[in-house]
Write a protein that binds this ligand. Structure first.
Ligand code: B12
Ligand code: SF4
Length: 484
């Protein structure tokens, strides 16, 4: 059987928003995970439209397409194309789970929820000649999952070929998060066994890893055993965790000993009322500044994530947030416009209030306003969002952030990481076009490892100034996107 697996690029691929470096970061891990369940004699290809031109003249028997909200229209076009050529088309992923009826119009089979149980069930039905139309995930476990088909990933096309997930979902429930929509009808947080996770890590070549888990530290017992097992492997890695987990004693130290060098932390907002509004209660009354200090003191860089447009955000939210982030010496920041993804509690609430203003999924990319904000106009919100990026990544801000570090090495690393990411985009784009992106991995590893080695215990003790105190009871973590 000929099987084609596709990760379509967002429809914006031809728009000014498409940033080659962002979309050349991670390979299609979900598809490589599903490929592992296919028969060994199946002829399989994975094509990722973010990094390669799709070959649409082929005639596969089975076409598998992963659908995100921003790639939904493109996914449907591709699905219609292959159905026209006689292939059996299977659609799954986040957007299909949120809006199954919409997706079903373009598919022979749709999948709701994660694929580890439904996909092998479908393959058995297909072999038996009676494939179903809808498969709904009910049993949630990663135990016994076969090794990911990483041999199908074109490693040289990605800056971070070693992306990995050892858990699914998250123990928390925030109103705006994709998570509850996707894991509806079953467990929404579960992990591999520690042994299976360590075996997967052992299989990955090189030093650098990027854990894409929503919250790697979400199960403290699992995480501690994993980090103990990783100690001595010589790995360097990046991941995501909550403010709450950072403040917990001991776990972070284990993570650092195992090679953690940068953490994506969802602060989301500096306004406790907004946190309460989004039910992000796990992070209420947490000292953000203390979390950042703790990370920096252990040599871990911080990628802070912030969301604009919650109902308590006024026109001052953008400057307040950026000013605070720069002052704290956060190395990189990811800003988002609040986006009510279908299937989330936020979407249900906004729809009931009649506030959703667009159903154009291309605009659900956290850069556009698709609802009526409470204290801002949509234009103010979009303008403020772009200004936040500009202001945070100004050289002046990067220098100011770097200056919160007490040593020349610490400052240099801040400059290299923050400046290298946003200020050298034309260079990155050239490297990507030359298909050399993977050759830059050693550079990333150097920045990460030097930071870890040299920055520990070199942070200047930060004064608890008025601003820090003011924001000390703030909260948050959203794994919406790690790199913007
Ligand atoms: C890595 C990542 C990226 C990477 C690469 C994506 C990739 N290569 O897959 C990059 C940086 C390119 C990216 C970009 C964007 N991303 Co992103 N990204 C992620 C992240 C962090 C991890 C995805 C992952 O690898 N998961 C691990 C694998 C194993 O799981 P999986 O991919 O979901 O696959 C499983 C199931 O979904 C299912 N499945 C999937 N497809 C199919 C198909 C079939 C037939 C079957 C049976 C099953 C099945 O089975 C798989 C195994 O269980 C997720 C957060 C998350 N936790 O999912 C956000 C996430 C997917 N991104 C999101 C967004 C919004 C974006 C951007 C719009 C951000 C932006 N402003 O630019 C862009 C748009 C990309 C696009 N093409 O449209 C949202 C999507 C919301 C939605 N409802 O669709 C998420 C959920 C983040 C969030 N919390 O909001 N992203
Ligand atoms: S936003 Fe973050 S903490 Fe909240 S449910 Fe989603 S992944 Fe978990």
């Amino acid at each position: 059987m000929k099987v084609k697996m596709i990760l379509p690029a967002l429809t914006e691929a031809k728009s000014p928003f498409f940033r080659p470096i962002k979309y050349s970061l991670f390979p299609p891990l979900g598809l490589a995970t599903l490929a592992a369940y296919l028969d060994p004699d199946a002829e399989v290809v994975i094509q990722d439209e973010h990094v390669e031109e799709l070959d649409l003249a082929d005639e596969p028997d089975l076409v598998v397409i992963q659908v995100y909200i921003t790639s939904a229209y493109r996914a449907y076009t591709l699905a219609d194309h292959y159905r026209g050529r006689g292939a059996h088309v299977a659609l799954g992923g986040l957007h299909v789970t949120s809006l199954p009826e919409e997706a079903a119009a373009h598919a022979d089979t749709i999948f709701i929820g994660p694929g580890e149980e439904t996909w092998p069930r479908f393959l058995a039905d297909l072999r038996a000649g009676r494939p179903g139309k809808v498969y709904r995930s009910a049993v949630r476990t990663l135990h016994g999952a076969p090794p990911i088909r990483r041999d199908l990933i074109k490693r040289h096309l990605y800056l971070v070929p070693n992306s990995i997930v050892v858990s699914r979902g998250c123990p928390h429930v925030c109103d705006f998060c994709y998570k509850e929509a996707f894991y509806q009808g079953g467990k929404s947080f579960y992990t591999q066994t520690v042994d299976a996770a360590l075996a997967e890590i052992e299989r990955l070549p090189g030093r650098h890893l990027y854990f894409l888990d929503d919250h790697l530290l979400g199960d403290a017992r699992f995480a501690a055993a994993l980090f103990d097992g990783m100690a001595g492997m010589g790995r360097l890695w990046q991941a995501a965790g909550t403010v709450q987990s950072v403040l917990k004693p001991k776990l972070l130290e284990k993570a650092v000993a195992a090679g953690l060098r940068s953490l994506f932390v969802g602060f989301e907002t500096l306004n406790p009322q907004s946190l309460a509004e989004q039910h992000k209660v796990q992070n209420l009354n947490r000292d953000y500044s203390a979390a950042i200090r703790r990370l920096h003191d252990l040599g871990v860089m911080v990628n802070g994530s912030f969301v604009f447009g919650m109902d308590h955000d006024d026109a001052g939210a953008f400057d307040r947030t950026v000013g605070w982030a720069v002052e704290q010496g956060i190395e990189t920041a990811t800003f988002h416009i609040l986006t009510p993804y279908p299937g989330t509690a936020l979407h249900t609430r906004m729809q009931a209030e009649g506030r959703i203003t667009s159903q154009d999924w291309d605009r659900y990319d956290t850069r556009h306003v698709v609802y009526r904000p409470a204290l801002l106009t949509p234009e103010e919100l979009e303008r403020g969002y772009w200004r936040a990026y500009r202001d945070f990544y100004r050289w002046g801000s990067i220098w100011q952030g770097a200056w919160t570090k007490s040593t020349a090495f610490g400052r240099l690393r801040h400059l290299a990481y923050a400046g290298g990411w946003k200020k050298l985009e034309p260079f990155w784009d050239w490297v990507i076009r030359a298909r050399r992106v993977n050759q830059l991995l050693p550079m990333l590893e150097t920045v990460l490892s030097e930071f870890g080695r040299l920055a520990s215990s070199t942070q200047r003790p930060r004064a608890q100034d008025g601003t820090s105190a003011l924001f000390s009871t703030k909260p948050g973590h959203l794994t919406t996107e790690r790199i913007q």
